[in-house]
Design a protein around this ligand. Structure first.
Ligand SMILES: Cc1ncc(COP(=O)(O)O)c(C=O)c1O
Length: 335
């Protein structure tokens, strides 16, 4: 199945003038693939290069990861089984786990220290039974993922010529790809990565690696860790304020990724740090996933009469370890 991934670029005049700048937003959340955050481009690229003989896609991420949910979705579309190695507290991932089950995926919840070992055990198990496993790195921090964002960036930068591009930076593949796109464009914008989790030291290394994968050697990296709000999926007043400001102007933002990048744009705008002729381009905005998940699951439950989607008994808030043990399937369960 081919999905049209032509970037959707919008000009936001009211919001831009409230910020004293010209604002364009690239709406990857509106690509024809639901609830994916910015993962759809990266995963489409991974599935494009995957051997036809693949029988099982294996990947990892946080328990409510967009990436894992989207990987399971792509696998279902391609008629391939998927197995996800997840970490985090079960209480956070109730709906996300329900979504994975609805997509026919299997999963294990493990401690972060057990991820690498579990991924390789799942791959060996699949090989032992004669299958062909493919392991996709968590968050799609991969060469294919970075190149997918480079190509999307190039096609946007052919149409508009911003001075700066703000992007939420997690694993760094998106920012790395955009840096490579900027390096190839006639008037290169500054690519400003706003960290959603990592400190500058760790984050910059990952971005640099992704930029190299996408063909930009010795790129200068702008990775701002001042809007992390304490770490992944945490929010502070600035994040909450940015998300509210965006929604009030009709731009749907989330508190994990896009809200943090937008907080940086908002702060620059309020401080008058953006000259009027400047153009900001926010890349890869995602929707507030939980709200959409609720909606989707309601539709799913009605369509397929799956009342279990509403029951979270398997996943009541409980201590991290016992929860992980309860949901940990034996290898045989996904064989
Ligand atoms: C909307 C959005 N922006 C940015 C990112 C970060 O991308 P990366 O992991 O490539 O840094 C994500 C990751 O899920 C995302 O969903």
């Amino acid at each position: 199945m081919e999905i049209d991934l032509t970037p959707i670029v919008q000009r936001w005049d009211k919001l831009g003038s409230a910020l004293g700048t010209e604002l364009f937003v690239v709406r990857d959340d509106l690509l024809p693939f639901p609830l994916a955050g910015n993962k759809v481009r990266k995963l489409a690229a991974e599935f494009r290069i995957m051997p036809h003989s693949t029988t099982l896609v294996i990947s990892n991420g946080g328990i409510d990861s967009n990436h894992c949910r989207t990987a399971a979705w792509f696998a279902a579309l391609h008629g391939v089984r998927s197995h996800l190695v997840l970490h985090g507290a079960c209480a956070e991932g109730g709906r996300a786990l329900e979504m994975l089950r609805a997509l026919g995926a299997t999963y294990q919840v493990v401690r972060p220290t057990g991820i690498a070992e579990t991924l390789s055990a799942a791959a060996s198990h699949e090989r032992d039974r004669g299958g062909v496993p493919v392991v996709i790195p968590g968050g799609c921090h991969s060469r294919a993922g970075a190149i997918a964002y480079r190509d999307a960036g190039l096609s946007v930068l052919r149409e508009i010529h911003p001075n700066s591009v703000y992007v939420a930076s997690g694993t760094g593949a998106t920012q790395g790809g955009l840096i490579a796109a900027a390096a190839r464009s006639a008037s290169p914008p500054k690519i400003v990565g706003i960290s959603v989790a990592r400190d500058r030291g760790h984050g910059s290394i990952a971005v640099e690696e992704a930029a190299r994968w996408a063909g930009a050697d010795q790129a200068s990296i702008c990775f701002d860790d001042g809007f992390r709000a304490g770490g992944y999926a945490r929010q502070d007043e600035r994040t909450v304020d940015a998300v509210r400001f965006g929604w009030e102007h009709g731009l749907p933002l989330d508190g994990t990724y896009t809200g943090k990048a937008f907080a940086a744009i908002l702060e620059a705008g309020r401080a008058g740090a953006t000259p009027p002729e400047d153009r900001l381009l926010a890349h890869g905005w995602s929707l507030e996933l939980d709200r959409w998940l609720d909606l989707m699951l309601t539709i799913l439950a009605r369509a397929h009469a799956l009342p279990s989607l509403y029951t979270r008994t398997h996943c009541r808030p409980s201590p991290r370890v016992s929860c992980a043990e309860r949901t940990l399937p034996r290898v045989a369960e996904y064989a």
